[in-house]
Design a protein around this ligand. Sequence first.
Ligand SMILES: O=C(O)CCC(=O)C(=O)O
Ligand SMILES: [Fe+2]
Length: 220
Amino acid sequence: MTALFETGPGGPREVSPGAVHIPGWLSLQQQRTLVEACREFGRGPVPYRAASLPGGHEMSVRTLCLGWHWAPYKYTRTADDVNGARVLGFPGWLADWGRRALADAYGDQREDSYEPDTALINFYEDTAKMGMHQDKDERADFPVVSLSVGDDCLFRFGNTETRTKPYTDIRLRSGDLFVFGGPARFAYHGVPRIYPGTADPECGLTGGRLNLTMRVTGLS
Ligand SMILES: O=C(O)CCC(=O)C(=O)O
Ligand SMILES: [Fe+2]
């Protein structure tokens, strides 16, 4: 799982085996396209919502899903914890972006078989955060492709054993790609903070941070 690219300031970086950060992967135009699409998805049939965790606590991010609906901690076709509607399908263009992301991150042909079937789109307001967790409700181990637009955040990428150290703190900026697969696929990660007001308004968002992760559920 070796990345076949130059590493250097601002360039692609292998954070740990299988975890690759590519700053500025999306052009401003692509960022605006993604923001506009995410706005459109929010018009229905299922709106963005703060998911409730077992115990009643609400997550501080608002989330909308495509393909499959995720609610802690499982996937269903309908948004039973929101309004019972079936979620929108996973768009073909987004799967194309996912395959291109894998090709750029890993520099090989493995992406041909990548068929992501769910996306979790998270919107973070200034004080929102996400605790350390594993993405482990999928029944397949294909990589997770993560795209960020809007304000910068502190992204913490750790290890597969514990939610604590060792981890690497990374500043994810608008347009950045982060891919985690292979030995990094089930690593703990989280978003301890957002840096309000850091986005280039040209990205299409005037405040907050949008993150989209696409995944292969392995469900049918
Ligand atoms: O917002 C991010 O960068 C990470 C989101 C995430 O970890 C998730 O949706 O599972
Ligand atoms: Fe996650």
